[in-house]
Write a protein that binds this ligand. Structure first.
Ligand code: FE
Length: 306
């Protein structure tokens, strides 16, 4: 079938038959995606069995909560970031901390504190390195932003996130820190490790067929926001991870890999209330001011809340 015939067919199915209220945007998107799908079926000569296999795949991915992971693994989430970066560049918005993907594992409602928070519940303190991470939230001109909100979340040493992993207490390794009067934030936690897609899940099954691994390098997620400023969704990576530049979700970016310092000096160890060496990461965030010409940086999608 010719592409033009497919387009007429889809219009006949989805456009010229509508009698009630039409949501024009929904119609436009559905017609386009359906046409593109039909063309792919035609061009690739997909069999009916292959098409149904695809539908069953998405059903299973949805039922097992893996569609978010699939969006990351196919590069869809990264692609949306690239488009937002392009829009920012066109609007002349440069110099802010680079954005990178949110991923599917944020949970709203984490405990809030000012200036400092301890993220971990101490159960893994003996198994990994203690991490202190600190810095300042600045505006684009380098002025500190007191009261900025730093939401942080990361995986435990098994590569699992609280809420989704019910063996961890609620909000373990998740906090909201309000920057102090100097715009400073600081937290204590454990240095996270990388993790991978569930090995028997739908995402990994597809990645296997593409000859790809499903590993993420160790990272820490952030939302950083302040009134009058564009919300930043980002992550930092732990330098040295073997998958640092080989992330299955394509989230590693220049500017988001701060130096990791191992602190062994007795006075600094004592000053942090510790008895053993620890890891320290300094990282400042820089937010752009709100800008009317660009789209909102608050991306709407359903997120967990505990
Ligand atoms: Fe993550």
């Amino acid at each position: 079938m010719k592409h033009s015939d497919i387009e007429s067919l889809v219009r006949g199915f989805l456009v010229d038959t509508g009698k009630g209220n039409v949501d024009a945007r929904t119609q436009q998107v559905v017609v386009r995606l359906t046409s593109d799908l039909f063309k792919a079926i035609e061009d690739l000569d997909l069999t009916a069995s292959e098409v149904w296999k695809g539908i069953e795949y998405f059903s299973e991915a949805g039922a097992t909560q893996e569609l978010g992971l699939l969006a990351a693994g196919l590069g869809l989430e990264r692609f949306l970031d690239i488009r937002m970066d392009e829009a920012d560049a066109e609007a002349g918005l440069t110099g802010a901390t680079p954005r990178t993907i949110e991923g599917p594992l944020y949970v709203a409602g984490a405990p809030e504190s000012e200036g400092f928070a301890r993220l971990d519940d101490a159960t893994e303190a003996a198994d990994g390195d203690v991490l202190f991470m600190q810095g300042t939230v600045y505006d684009i001109d380098g002025k500190p932003l007191p009261g900025a909100q730093v939401e942080v979340w990361h995986a435990n040493l098994k590569g699992n996130y609280s809420f989704f992993d019910k063996t961890q207490p609620d909000f373990n390794l998740r906090r909201t820190i309000i920057a102090d009067s100097n715009g400073r934030y600081c937290f204590r936690s454990i240095v996270p490790v990388g993790y991978g897609c569930p090995p028997d899940g739908t995402t990994q099954r597809l990645l296997d067929k593409l000859g790809r691994h499903g590993r993420r390098p160790a990272h820490i997620h952030f939302f950083v926001s302040a009134p009058g400023h564009r919300k930043l969704t980002t992550q930092i990576n732990i330098d040295g991870d073997e998958y640092l530049w080989d992330d299955f979700a394509f989230a590693s970016r220049e500017g988001l890999v701060p130096p990791v310092e191992r602190i062994t000096a007795a006075d600094r160890i004592a000053a942090h209330g510790l008895t053993q060496a620890f890891v320290s990461i300094d990282f400042d965030f820089r937010l752009n001011a709100e800008h009317a010409a660009t789209s909102a940086t608050e991306v709407e999608h359903i997120r967990a809340a505990a």
